[in-house]
Each structure stands twice: as C-alpha cells, then as structure tokens.
Design a protein around this ligand. Structure first.
Ligand code: BGC
Length: 245
C-alpha cells in the first residue's frame, strides 16, 4: 500500500508516495524551496506544488516543525509565528482537496525509525533526536510514541538547548566537530538525567556524518546510534501516521 508523505523543513518542502510495506519512497521525491517568510499560505502552496507533481488522489501525511495537536499548530520556533493556532490539516487539506494528517517532524521521523530503521524491535525507552535548524525529539516507550515532547527546548546552561547544540549553531558559530560534540554530549547527559533511555537515535542531515562526532561523545550511559533512514525518515513517518489515523 502507498500513502503520500510530505516533510516541511526550514529550507525545503519535499514529498513522495511511500511504499508502506518497504518503508521507503515508491518514487523519487520532489522538492520545492520553503518560502521565506514561511507563512501558512506560502507553505500550503509549496505542499500543493509538491503533491501536484505526482498523480496523487489519496491520503497525505505531512510533517510540521512544531507542536501539532489534533491537526492544529501550537508552536513555531523556526517558521513564521503566524502558524500558531492555525488548523494546518484543514488549511492544507483544503488546498489539496485531499484528506491529510499533520504531525510533528521529529515524531514522524521517530515513527519511521522505530519500524524500519535504528529503533526496529527496540523496547524500553527510546529517544530519537533530530539535529538540524532546531533539535527535534521523539520519545517512545515500548514502541509507543509520546508525541510533541519538544526536548530541543530544554534549558542547557541557561540557554534554549537548540540554540547551542543544533547543527545550525555549529554552522553559525563555526564550531569544530570536537567543540560541537561536547555541547551535544552535555545535552544528551541532560536528557539522560530526565528519562534514562536505553537508546538514543541521532537523526537529521548530520546523521550521515555520525563518524565525525559520535566517537567523540563520552559519559552517556545509553547506546547512541545514527538514524538509518536519514533524509527520508520524515516523509516515510508522515505517510505511516496518515495510514493509521
Ligand atoms: C521545534 C520542534 C521541531 C524541531 C525540529 C524545534 O525548534 O520546536 O517542534 O521538531 O525544531 O524541526
């Protein structure tokens, strides 16, 4: 079975039909640039451009980089604040004329990783963290998701953690891998203190370069592994969430 998945990110909106049996894209994905400012109307148009690129008439799952409850956006750390309070499912569903499910981007990536990637068959407490423009989190207990955990906004040394330890912080401050890994380590220690997970899965684009920073992280009890679906986890997880609604 196939469902369409769309991942709304800070720089791009990308999507493709997803083969739910394989947990992979059924066709090559299409990407458009995220408009700036990333207003509700502009982003909805971008999603429509992506979906229209395919001959798609079924259900669509969509990720959003903020808290989403019942289809409504509650926070917008790295997108236009006009999103707060918008019923994204209604807005985008109306634009597409198709049934849609909207969920947090890290939750979507986590759902995909727990079934098809690094979290497969893992019980206990598993936390996926995505490092990118912000830090996203997905918390699982025995495979069940606790949605919208927003652990990227924990306070770390008096700062919003994602402003110190995201990959954007690494780029903005031109941090070495060593320096950045130290910040990530402090952040993981803090999350571990709160939840004592068995496993951390490190996602986001930087998971491709895991060998550059994971070996530098010490003193965390939990196992730490890179995500396996990498760039497509959000698209696959969005489609999975939409199929089970
Ligand atoms: C947002 C989260 C999101 C993460 C990754 C954070 O700033 O608050 O909802 O999952 O960025 O995009």
């Amino acid at each position: 079975m196939q469902i369409f998945g769309v991942d709304i990110g800070g720089s791009g909106i990308k999507g493709a039909p997803v083969d739910l049996d394989r947990g992979d894209l059924a066709q090559e994905r299409h990407k458009v640039l995220t408009p700036h400012p990333a207003t509700p109307d502009g982003v909805a148009d971008g999603v429509a451009d992506v979906v229209k690129n395919f001959d798609w008439t079924g259900t669509v799952g969509i990720t959003f980089p903020g808290v989403v409850t019942g289809g409504t956006v509650r926070t917008a750390a790295n997108v236009d604040k006009a999103w707060i309070g918008v019923d994204a499912a209604q807005l985008i569903g109306g634009r597409l004329g198709l049934p849609v499910t909207v969920l947090n981007d890290a939750d979507a990536a986590g759902i995909a990783e727990m079934t098809f990637g690094a979290g497969r068959d893992r019980k206990g407490t598993v936390i996926l963290l995505t490092f990118g423009t912000g830090i996203g989190s997905a918390l699982f207990r025995d495979g069940s998701l606790v949605p919208n955990t927003e652990l990227g906004h924990l306070e770390l040394h008096g700062h919003d953690a994602e402003t110190r330890a995201s990959t954007k912080a690494k780029e903005d401050e031109d941090l070495s891998w060593h320096h950045w890994a130290h910040r990530v380590q402090k952040y993981l220690e803090h999350v571990e203190m709160l939840f004592s997970p068995e496993l951390f899965i490190i996602g986001g684009g930087v998971s491709r370069k895991a060998d550059k920073f994971l070996p530098l992280i010490e003193g965390v009890r939990a196992e730490i592994v890179p995500a396996q679906l990498q760039n497509n986890a959000g698209i696959v997880g969005a489609a999975m969430a939409a199929s089970s609604r």
